[in-house]
Design a protein around this ligand. Structure first.
Ligand code: BGC
Length: 339
């Protein structure tokens, strides 16, 4: 196990953890983000999308690999009620909704500490920031172990009841090249149900069974089949951008992605009840990613969280995203890399 640090530009740092198998996890204090996940081979391959320095993230896309918060996904109208008080989070002027906590954590400079095989990022979001109540202290811990498991663990505390639903926004392409689509990747999600979306990509307030739809990933399915389908929910967002409600079957993975031809896979297990799968539907064609020119559907995210809609549709029982004053929030997601 080896940890090294280097300059990432604009005063930010790039930290690399390398395990005994030569797997490398690269992270940065700009948005407590994942910058790279490299596996050794004839040629080293980076399984996640990332840029070469802080400036490129700021210019191109701050969501890539970042810690998302305070609330992942969309809050309809950005308003919510806690203890009879109505709060208004900042909204996107075009949609009127709050996306990913109104850009909260992704552009923050996080404090970090390094120990053995882990990097711990900490950050405090002040009371009222982006409209959310409570001084919120957040810790994000990334570890890479010798079983090739990269773990993300969150802890948080607030001094006023607030909303908290973080996630991580890593995009995977197991070919290591975003000039390739993810068409040949197989996706498995242990979910019997997903949440259909409105044209604004917000949940409409019902759950739908995946059975007999192209969103049935209970058996692994090639993504080309999804992209080619006429399923209305797929057409609406030109791919997948949906919350899947995890079955939480004992001794079963929550989700997995693999590239059969090359025997590379990522297995996801999480403490969270849902995962949003986003297949980079809105990515600009030709975006320069480490010298590669990205194509549509070039990558896929696994955003583990409580599903959006938890605040607006309590009757769906999606879970709570209210964090009470002085209680500790915790969650953990593991990504096991096999190659
Ligand atoms: C959302 C997409 C959004 C993207 C931004 C995803 O989590 O679901 O709708 O465009 O983040 O990078």
């Amino acid at each position: 196990m080896k940890i090294t640090k280097k300059d990432f530009g604009l005063g930010y740092t790039l930290i690399e953890i390398e395990n005994d198998n030569g797997v490398k996890l690269r992270v940065s204090d700009l948005g407590a983000r994942i910058v790279g996940l490299l596996i050794p081979g004839e040629k080293t391959r980076d399984l996640v999308v990332g840029f070469d320095n802080a400036q490129e993230y700021i210019q191109k896309d701050l969501y890539v690999g970042a810690t998302i918060g305070r609330t992942a996904g969309r809050l309809i109208g950005g308003n919510f009620k806690i203890n009879e008080t109505i709060y208004q989070a900042d909204v996107n002027e075009h949609t009127g909704n709050t996306l990913h906590g109104a850009n909260g954590f992704i552009s923050d400079k996080w404090t970090f500490s390094i120990k053995n095989n882990e990097v711990v990022f900490t950050h405090t979001s002040p009371d009222g920031e982006y409209g959310y109540p409570g001084n919120l202290s957040v810790e994000v811990k990334y570890t890479l172990n010798n079983d090739n498991i990269w773990s993300v663990e969150y802890q948080a505390k607030t001094d006023k009841d607030t909303l908290f639903n973080p996630t991580n926004h890593v995009y995977f392409n197991l070919t290591g090249n975003v000039e390739n689509t993810i068409n040949e990747h197989m996706l498995m999600i242990d979910a019997d149900e997903f949440l259909p979306l409105s044209q604004h990509s917000t949940p409409i307030g019902i759950k739908e069974k995946v059975k007999e739809t192209v969103f049935d990933f209970r058996q692994p399915k090639r993504l080309s089949e999804v992209f080619a389908s006429d399923f209305p929910q797929k057409k609406l967002v030109d791919g997948i951008d949906h919350p899947f409600l995890l079955n939480k079957t004992k001794n079963k993975l929550d989700a997995a992605l693999f590239l059969p031809k090359e025997n590379i896979s990522i297995e996801v297990t999480t403490s969270e009840p849902a995962v949003i799968i986003y297949t980079a539907n809105g990515w600009p064609d030709g975006l320069d990613v480490r010298g590669q020119s990205s194509v549509k559907h070039s990558s896929i995210t696994f955003e583990t969280q409580v599903a959006p809609g938890a605040v607006e549709f309590p009757e769906l029982k999606l879970g709570t995203i209210i964090l009470k004053a002085n209680e500790t929030y915790t969650s953990k997601t593991d990504y096991k890399i096999k190659f």
